[in-house]
Design a protein around this ligand. Structure first.
Ligand SMILES: Nc1ncnc2c1ncn2[C@@H]1O[C@H](COP(=O)(O)OP(=O)(O)OP(=O)(O)O)[C@@H](O)[C@H]1O
Ligand code: NI
Length: 333
């Protein structure tokens, strides 16, 4: 069953002094129940804007196009998240049908309220739990689920480390048991052990009925839990592939995606040369061409995403097809 179906999603920010910032361009993908899709790509390529668009959290200068159908439960109608009005999103969608682990959790927590107050309020609103003892138990189990220490529940957001704020936000996002969970860098500020526990919990929560879109810079975390990987570059999806093929053999097909993996310390440790283009001044053709060793005249035209790949000259023979699956996690590989 498809939980989310995104078609031609495009987001531009109107700017007073310059050309519009084309943060997301013509993005299409589906998310099935039980699936975890990892969305990766360099800083500033539009990942968080994509997540904000899906939850109706874009600022006022944003213009959107395309659609994002969120399936309804039972005989409930599907909702187009892009067309829905704010009242509908606030009342029926956010928290209940689509949860968000925001990229900057501290900014989403109310400074004057403790973590316990946040969690209790969310548990009450989204689960209908009533009564002091029941709420207290439900609040503490929501915290325990993401290894948020009970002894820190009475702290205020500014008294939390980055990692604890991250876990508080994750706990809040899981409360509603929403069929769609968007997790934007859910492991920032966590050490490796907690990274693994957190992503495993997200994966476990997904189960077979929910879908998870995990935005991450952490390719090892993506390799650990993702079923598929989507690679974004300059606002577009350039590759979407099964995680085993992507991280193992035969590896990514898009030269940018290959570059992302080659940049890992446990692989070639060779960064992708150059920098991404300005989103207010994107080229007509392939946005990666200026950094691509394989670029030629064909790249002056935008390559369409076909069969999970947007490239005029993908790697036919992978550079290292002998690399074993999961090599990304192998120490010193
Ligand atoms: N309100 C806004 N007005 C103008 N430009 C914006 C606005 N919000 C975001 N942008 C721009 O949109 C682009 C995409 O930003 P986004 O936050 O989605 O990147 P990202 O892929 O999530 O990066 P990171 O990995 O650093 O979180 C950036 O160039 C950013 O400056
Ligand atoms: Ni982001």
């Amino acid at each position: 069953m498809t939980v989310l179906s995104v078609r031609g999603l495009t987001v531009r920010f109107r700017m007073r002094e310059s050309a519009p910032v084309r943060a997301v361009t013509d993005v299409s993908f589906d998310l099935a129940a039980g699936e975890c899709l990892a969305l990766v790509g360099e800083s500033g390529c539009g990942k968080s804007v994509l997540a904000s668009a899906l939850l109706g959290l874009l600022p006022g200068n944003a213009e959107t196009a395309g659609s994002a159908l969120l399936a309804g439960a039972g005989d409930e109608a599907a909702t187009d998240l892009i067309a829905a009005d704010e009242a509908t999103l606030a009342r029926a969608v956010r928290g209940r049908r689509a949860g968000l682990v925001p990229q900057s959790p501290a900014a989403h927590l109310t400074p004057v309220r403790t973590v316990r107050a946040h969690l209790t309020e969310t548990v009450r609103r989204l689960t209908g739990t009533r009564g002091r003892d029941a709420l207290r138990t439900a609040t503490e189990s929501a915290a325990a689920r993401v290894s948020f220490p009970a002894g820190h529940l009475d702290r205020h957001p500014h008294e939390l480390s980055g990692g604890l704020a991250q876990r508080a936000a994750t706990a809040l996002a899981l409360v509603g048991d929403a069929p769609l969970l968007l997790a934007d860098e859910p492991t920032t500020g966590l050490d490796r052990d907690l990274v693994e526990r957190t992503v495993d919990e997200l994966r476990r929560h997904t189960g077979s009925t929910r879908a998870l879109l995990m935005i991450t810079h952490d390719l090892a975390a993506a390799a650990r839990i993702a079923d598929r990987v989507a690679v974004m570059y300059a606002g577009r999806l350039v590759e979407i592939a099964g995680a085993d093929a992507f991280f193992g053999a035969p590896g990514p097909r898009h030269p940018y995606a290959r570059g992302l993996l080659d940049a890992l310390p446990e692989r070639a440790f060779r960064p992708v040369p150059g920098r991404p283009p300005e989103l207010a001044a994107l080229p007509e053709g392939c946005a990666f061409a200026a950094r691509c060793a394989r670029a030629d005249a064909a790249c002056a035209a935008q390559p369409p995403l076909a069969d999970g790949l947007a490239c005029h000259h993908p790697d036919a023979a992978p550079a290292d097809a002998t690399r074993p699956p999961q090599a990304v996690e192998a120490p010193g590989a």
